[in-house]
Design a protein around this ligand. Structure first.
Ligand SMILES: Cc1cc2nc3c(=O)[nH]c(=O)nc-3n(C[C@H](O)[C@H](O)[C@H](O)COP(=O)(O)OP(=O)(O)OC[C@H]3O[C@@H](n4cnc5c(N)ncnc54)[C@H](O)[C@@H]3O)c2cc1C
Ligand SMILES: *[C@@H]1O[C@H](CO)[C@@H](O)[C@H](O)[C@H]1NC(C)=O
Ligand SMILES: *[C@@H]1O[C@H](CO)[C@@H](O)[C@H](O)[C@H]1NC(C)=O
Ligand SMILES: *[C@@H]1O[C@H](CO)[C@@H](O)[C@H](O)[C@H]1NC(C)=O
Ligand SMILES: *[C@@H]1O[C@H](CO)[C@@H](O)[C@H](O)[C@H]1NC(C)=O
Ligand SMILES: *[C@@H]1O[C@H](CO)[C@@H](O)[C@H](O)[C@H]1NC(C)=O
Ligand SMILES: *[C@@H]1O[C@H](CO)[C@@H](O)[C@H](O)[C@H]1NC(C)=O
Ligand SMILES: *[C@@H]1O[C@H](CO)[C@@H](O)[C@H](O)[C@H]1NC(C)=O
Ligand SMILES: *[C@@H]1O[C@H](CO)[C@@H](O)[C@H](O)[C@H]1NC(C)=O
Length: 625
């Protein structure tokens, strides 16, 4: 009798624990569905995909998701009924730049000027329901500029958007897209670099307005007891930093202020200043609240839906379900000691080294000294990693290849150290640099300063530019063998031609010591047009040739999917390693309908976006391969 009573009490507590925020109690019910079949839940007993609504294009004979170009596309009355079920939260997409196009009904010169200014930083893009930070992946169909060329169109942007503020809204979006065979995309902040938050002819679920943060000083779960925080799906980095300051705590959060903490950051890995100290973003989640592909709302942790708990912390965003909120670990407040330094390398063969500018303190050295300094920086990064810190550097090639200067901008971030600790720790680095002819300690461009990790921020975000990415994770073993280490440094040097490598010392990418990135500023789109495939492919091949050299030096390693090439060869191994077969199994089991799809996520090889010349854009229909 007593046992039974205790058990039922536990069950009640369990239900209470299932919801982090009041808006998660607003869920889709059988009564809401009544006779409107389009919003019904899937029958989870079915293990065979129900594809009855997927359009079979007659011309090509391929099965594709239903788009506005198909007769199976819902009628206006159906969209209106869907909107009613959502209590009016359905938005018809108007690209953020539409106000800039004189031929567009939304044209408004003053509004255009304001949007041009706001979207120069990422914060101005996060607040728009459809726009993304790298719109080239949508074909840049509505470039935001006061001097537009051509007309504004939807391109790869979705057609309709659910402005979600409750779990019910998210469930409705998932059910409607699945039942009608429509492509579903999920936009949080839109930071994804390759178009994982857009799609032509899609219904999008916009998570930005899922808001809330609560500190739980003494969370108690089966896999974690201690301080924690309940965080809503739409919360961005800057909000987390302010919340940390309010509560005198630390939480592992994205370095960029406007990246969502529970979006791609938690779903794919998430590196930050605290990576070597407390682990990666994915490691922080203790519990997730999730709407799955069948439309149901689940608690996901070590005891409930453990397959999803494994997969949704590193196995890909928009793949298994939509995270409406989570409980993440919280830690005591921390100070970060940051050492920042800059030196330049001259291409002038007669340059006599070193030269310290008496006014700015800027150091310029000859080309060989420049690269030996870079080598020492990479070498010393191993010690920084052992001290639970990270390094971040940019190597900028000369803008003028004949006469300019290379510039190395580096920093080491040492969490939890005092200024004295950090100064003593860095002494060997600075003295070796003096021996190499780079007297950083005499320069006033070198500083070591302490700052609270939980320093307040604003939501403006970083300046936006169009880039293509490629990257590689260099494992610890590349430091152990001197010849391999030299080859590693040489490969970084060889990639200097355009763009810059950026390294973050990172043992919590398990074996990784360096995350090296090369950017290519060549966008596949120019003046409102996708460039000829020949041009796009040539630019990509050039970038890839350097990454290929990095791949050869790091066999069996991989790349960080969030900051990698969408055309990465053998991406399954590269982005997920040995986890791939297990992730694919979970994906197929949890989403046999293929409701969730984003490029290079587990199971995505079953579908492809059909675009002329196979360019990696989100501008065409999504069809089975
Ligand atoms: C300027 C800049 C700086 C960056 N800095 C860092 C950094 O410091 N560290 C780091 O690790 N990464 C960094 N990134 C990469 C960033 O982590 C990824 O772009 C990440 O995917 C962004 O996630 P988001 O949810 O904010 O963006 P979105 O583009 O909205 O979403 C990314 C993907 O996750 C899916 N998704 C988003 N939210 C959810 C959810 N709640 N449930 C299910 N699926 C969801 C989307 O469908 C999409 O597939 C940076 C990117 C940029 C542009
Ligand atoms: C959905 O309904 C709301 C409220 O009636 C309305 O403002 C909105 O325009 C509708 N959305 C669409 C796409 O029609
Ligand atoms: C742009 O839109 C206008 C008005 O709708 C139309 O007349 C014109 O042909 C369009 N131009 C292009 C290039 O599509
Ligand atoms: C989204 O919904 C919120 C809450 O109802 C509302 O305040 C906001 O204006 C909506 N955003 C858009 C773009 O419709
Ligand atoms: C913040 O927390 C630290 C350690 O947990 C404590 O020493 C300090 O007094 C706290 N500060 C405030 C203002 O509460
Ligand atoms: C470098 O020095 C050599 C020998 O003094 C001289 O001939 C040459 O012109 C110099 N080059 C430059 C770029 O100044
Ligand atoms: C750098 O140092 C020089 C010489 O010591 C000094 O004149 C100059 O003001 C310093 N510059 C800055 C920005 O501190
Ligand atoms: C690696 O490079 C350094 C510096 O350039 C050199 O001194 C060393 O001999 C090289 N080691 C090997 C094994 O090639
Ligand atoms: C967008 O417009 C700006 C300003 O006119 C221009 O520099 C840029 O090349 C355009 N981008 C694309 C992709 O067309």
């Amino acid at each position: 009798m007593l046992t039974k009573f205790l058990l039922s009490l536990l069950a009640v507590q369990h239900l209470v624990g299932a919801v982090n925020f009041a808006w998660e109690e607003t869920q889709l019910t059988k009564d809401d569905i009544a006779t409107f079949d389009s919003i019904a839940f899937a029958d989870t007993a079915l293990s065979v995909p129900v594809d009855s609504n997927i359009n079979i294009a007659t011309s090509s004979g391929r099965e594709c998701k239903v788009g506005p170009w198909d007769t199976a596309w819902p009628t206006e009355a159906e969209w209106a009924a869907f909107n009613t079920s959502l209590d009016g939260a359905l938005i018809m997409t108007v690209p953020q730049g539409a106000v800039c196009y004189p031929n567009d009904p939304h044209y408004d010169k003053a509004a255009c000027a304001a949007v041009v200014e706001a979207t120069a930083h990422s914060g101005g893009i996060v607040v728009d329901p459809s726009n993304i930070v790298q719109p080239w992946s949508a074909g840049e169909p509505c470039n935001i500029t006061e001097t537009p060329i051509g007309n504004c169109s939807l391109g790869g942007f979705p057609v309709y958007i659910v402005n979600a503020t409750t779990v019910k809204h998210v469930q409705l979006g998932v059910n409607f897209a699945r039942n009608k065979g429509i492509r579903l995309v999920v936009k949080n902040t839109g930071h994804d670099f390759v178009g994982r938050s857009v799609g032509a002819g899609a219904l999008s679920i916009w998570l930005h307005n899922l808001q809330g943060q609560k500190f739980v000083p003494d969370f108690s779960g089966s896999n974690y007891c201690g301080p924690a925080a309940r965080i809503a799906g739409g919360i961005q980095g800057w909000q987390v930093y302010n919340f940390m300051a309010d509560n005198n705590i630390s939480i592992v959060a994205p370095g960029e202020s406007t990246v969502a903490i529970l979006g791609g950051f938690t779903a794919v890995g998430g590196h930050s200043a605290l990576t070597s100290y407390y682990g990666m973003g994915s490691d922080q989640a203790i519990q997730l609240q999730v709407v799955t592909a069948d439309g149901r709302f689940l608690q996901v942790d070590t005891d409930n839906n453990a397959d999803l708990f494994f997969a949704m912390r590193g196995g890909g965003g928009s793949t298994y379900g939509i995270v409406t909120s989570a409980v993440v670990k919280a830690f005591p407040p921390l100070t970060l000691q940051t050492a920042q330094f800059v030196w330049s390398g001259s291409l002038d063969a007669n340059f006599s080294s070193p030269n310290i500018d008496p006014f700015t303190g800027a150091i310029t050295v000859d080309k060989e000294a420049f690269w030996s300094g870079v080598r020492e920086y990479i070498q010393f990064s191993r010690s920084v990693s052992s001290a639970r810190g990270i390094g971040i550097c940019n190597i900028d090639p000369p803008t003028d290849p004949l006469s300019g200067l290379f510039q190395m901008t580096g920093q080491f971030i040492l969490p939890g150290q005092t200024l004295n600790d950090a100064t003593a720790f860095l002494e060997p680095f600075f003295s070796t640099m003096i021996q190499l002819g780079i007297p950083l300690t005499q320069s006033n461009t070198t500083t070591i300063t302490g700052q609270a990790y939980n320093t307040r921020r604003t939501g403006q975000g970083d300046p936006v530019s169009q880039n293509r990415f490629s990257s590689r994770l260099f494992p610890r073993t590349n430091w152990a063998d001197p010849a391999l280490f030299n080859a590693t440094v040489q490969s970084i040097r060889a990639a200097k031609w355009q763009g810059f490598p950026n390294d973050a010392v990172n043992p919590a990418f398990r074996e990784t010591l360096m995350h090296a990135i090369a950017f290519d500023s060549a966008s596949p789109v120019k003046d409102g047009r996708v460039l000829p495939a020949k041009v796009v492919n040539a630019a990509h091949a050039r970038l890839d040739s350097f990454i290929d050299a990095w791949r050869k030096l790091t066999p069996g390693s991989g790349a960080y999917m969030n900051e990698a090439d969408v055309q990465e060869p053998e991406w399954q191994q590269s982005f997920f390693g040995d986890h791939y077969p297990r992730l694919l199994h979970i994906k197929r089991h949890r989403d046999p309908w293929g409701v969730f799809w984003a490029p290079t996520t587990p199971g995505s090889e079953a579908w492809e976006v059909v675009v002329a010349d196979g360019l990696p854009l989100q501008t065409g229909p999504l069809c089975r391969t």
